[in-house]
Design a protein. Sequence first.
Length: 91
Amino acid sequence: MTWSEEEYLDCLRSERRGYAWVMRHHGGLMHEDAWEAALTCYPHEPDGDPLRGLVFHDEAWHWAMLALHGAGYVVERPDLVHPSPAYRALG
């Protein structure tokens, strides 16, 4: 995907916000720890990196659930497969 730096940064901020929200509300992390986890999961990738933004192919909800519950969460926690209405409200 080709996007401007502004578009990339908007997407990065949005996904970080969603990831941190899940880590706080479902993982019990404090704000600072949740934000640090989001920064680790979503580092800024330099323009020109061939895999830049690949992490965006799944939304933050999915990556956070993988971190919290492991790859089997889809089977073991079917209630968590789809993002909650509160998460969706983040916009």
